[in-house]
Design a protein around this ligand. Sequence first.
Ligand SMILES: O=C(O)CCC(=O)C(=O)O
Ligand SMILES: [Fe+2]
Length: 297
Amino acid sequence: MASLKHLNSDCSIDEILSLLESDAGLIIDNLMASEEIDKLNSELSPYLETDSYGRDDFTGFKTKRIGALIARSDSCRKLALNEKINKVSKEYLDPFGDGYQLHFTSAVCIGPGESKQILHRDRGIWGGYLPRKVEPLMSTIWAVTDFTRENGATQIVPGSHKWDKDRLPNEDEIAYAEMTAGSVLLYTGTVLHGGGENITSSEARTGVFLHYALNWLRQEENQYLSCPPEIAKNLSPEIRSLIGYSKGGYVLGFYSDPNDKSAVYESVSPENMFEAEVDDDFSLLPNPEELVSKSNK
Ligand SMILES: O=C(O)CCC(=O)C(=O)O
Ligand SMILES: [Fe+2]
């Protein structure tokens, strides 16, 4: 029977990266304190009390999903900025781009009687155009409730990121992300996985999904609409930058203020929407030859 490795909350970044390389999935136990779980629950519950059920077999007729978690929840903003997770995302995605961004936020609540979700690779959201050598995603699922085999713990096929695209797992190659509330599952965009079946009569399984992607890819959840400037202006510069109000390269993601006639906010980083004349990580072009040589890679 396949299983996922569990690490302690004080584990090193190298231990995590090594398991992402070998298995493409792992659990860090108890990374969130119990008071934080309570606060998170109280912030999410008004939205999860609605009938936000899925509308097909993939999203699940007995599964609720709510997004816009950066705008809606202070606890989710804290989780999204978790230092360990951000270090891992940076290191893991570093070979494939000049930076990473928050790409998707969702609280997924699998209700009693839900069937198992089809196994899939999340990289499929880009339609299969990405070459396999590019790893686009480092994803997390924070357990808000305990995740058990009975209540729908995520199915994960460790090592399947190295498989041929058509290979399907045998039953004994599927692991279940059983973990206590406050623990977090890390998995990549190329590992086979899917929601689990919930065979309980009254127990819902809730997880907060925060996915990090290469900053040159389109985000699954449109962060500029889910967290528009009038909300983003009251958030920290760090979270704004993480969700995409920043540049991802020398010219990637710039904006021009449509009302500015002074040319001060012409082709600048979106950070300038909130703070006057900010320099960004990509404001200096080292030399034109470097830009050209990069574009020929
Ligand atoms: O709910 C889960 O455990 C997994 C859901 C999932 O993988 C998805 O919707 O893409
Ligand atoms: Fe998925």
